[in-house]
Design a protein around this ligand. Structure first.
Ligand code: UDP
Length: 415
């Protein structure tokens, strides 16, 4: 296990952004939890939505009086290959659950569990990679630790054999948290909470950038700021459908020849498939000079992602499966028109035709992009409604409130 240092953030800084009642509620819920120790465990400190969330949630938990820590599993590529297949399997792809696969998964979880030390009041385990750790941790009697499994994935139609294998591990937890109620398959066997994730409006990724600064940044990557830009920011992963995005872009380009496309994807250390898929994407793009495939390897960090999202004429998230899709809230928060797959947690964020567009195909995606390019003022007014929806539902203080509520409930239950 490896400690991740998250630095400091202050809830008071969010005062002018969120509703006053939420601030009061957070303070009230935090009062009985002063000094309580919380450990979050996940698989990676970089790339993907979970790391993104923990970098904000933890400092805010600390600021309201808890002692929150974050540790990341230590594991080799073989383990991450296995857990990537689990991730895909939980989203419905078939999984080969051989003895070797099981032992790779269990050995890493056992080894990491053995490294846990000290007492925690709450341990929050994120996603399937460290899920089995709970099986090899001591239960500590009166000073009980409450164990929470936070599943960020849409597991409503999982590979059944994989789910049956994981279920005994999940059932050792006191609570499960899912983004949507129907993500939890029948017969979970432990109490369920429904909590969607959130974005940090004050993080470098989401803070306000004036257009001149955004232009300056995107120009560095070759973008012509006077021509419209379509953008998707996502891991290079088939479920995010970057090839479908290229198809949609080609359809748009047939009518708007000046349009450009940027596909930005960080390469996460727990995502070995990403490299292969990146190659495939490059081949698919085939050297089109108006398509920019960029990643953290090109020095795209949070501020650069912010600049692209703030500047884009359309923010896309054309996923075919999506637990939540933080990038949707990120685009809406910047008041950009967003066109996204009508799947998973995306409809929580977009009301079709009101705060953005939901689509089921590349052709529909292209149609909506064209409408936005044709009617930019109307599209912006829709996007501004989207921003208010994000303010109300998908900013980190709301997520903090939900965790505090669950911690209080677990203490009250004596679970
Ligand atoms: N992200 C990033 N750089 C990239 C690709 C993704 O910073 O090149 C961020 C993105 O802005 C978002 C998160 O990673 O905050 C992805 O979260 P999401 O829920 O959209 O997808 P996940 O990767 O968790 O499936």
């Amino acid at each position: 296990m490896r400690d991740i240092n998250v630095g400091h953030k202050f809830l008071a800084d969010y005062q002018s952004i969120i509703f006053k009642d939420l601030m009061t509620e957070i303070r009230e819920l935090a009062a009985p939890l002063q000094g309580r120790r919380v450990l979050h465990v996940n698989a990676t400190s970089f790339g993907g939505g979970v790391a993104e969330i923990l970098y904000t949630l933890l400092p805010l938990m600390n600021d309201v009086g808890l002692q929150a820590e974050w540790q990341v599993l230590t594991a080799d590529n073989e383990f991450f290959n296995v857990t990537k297949s689990f991730h895909n399997g939980l989203q419905g792809a078939p999984v080969e659950l051989t003895g070797k696969v099981r032992s790779t998964y269990e050995d890493v979880n056992r080894r990491n569990a053995a490294q846990l030390s000290g007492h925690y009041d709450f341990v929050v385990i994120h996603d399937p990679q460290p899920c089995a750790m709970r099986a090899w941790t001591a239960t500590d009697g009166e000073a009980a630790t409450r164990w929470i499994w936070r599943c960020h994935i849409d597991t409503s139609t999982p590979d059944r054999a994989l789910y049956d294998y994981l279920l005994p591990f999940i059932r050792r937890y006191d609570r499960a948290i899912y983004t949507m109620a129907d993500y939890a398959p029948d017969g979970l066997g432990i109490p369920l909470e429904v909590v969607p994730p959130a974005i940090d409006p004050l993080a470098p990724k989401n803070m306000t950038l004036v257009p001149d600064d955004a232009h300056y940044i995107v120009r560095q990557f070759g973008i012509d700021v006077d021509r419209p830009l379509l953008l998707q920011v996502s891991r290079f992963d088939p479920w995010k459908d970057p090839l479908g995005v290229v198809d949609a872009y080609r359809l748009v380009k047939a009518r708007w020849p000046e349009v450009q496309l940027a596909l930005i994807g960080s390469m996460a250390s727990d995502d070995p498939e990403g490299w292969e898929y990146l190659e495939k994407l490059h081949r698919y793009v085939g050297g089109d000079p108006d398509v920019y495939v960029l990643s953290n390897l090109d020095n795209i960090g949070s501020v650069e992602v912010n600049a692209f999202q703030s500047h884009a004429a359309v923010v896309l998230q054309k996923s075919t499966r999506e637990g939540f899709g933080l990038t949707v809230s990120e685009g809406l928060w910047k008041a950009r028109p967003v066109v996204a797959g009508n799947v998973g947690g995306i409809p929580l964020q977009i009301e079709d035709g009101v705060t953005g567009f939901l689509v089921d195909s590349s052709a529909a995606c292209a149609e909506r992009c064209l409408e936005i390019l044709d009617r930019p003022e109307w599209a912006r007014s829709m996007a501004r409604k989207g921003k208010e929806h994000v303010r109300e539902h998908f900013l980190t203080p709301r997520l903090l409130r939900d965790y505090l509520r669950i911690f209080n409930e677990l203490l009250a239950d004596g679970a």
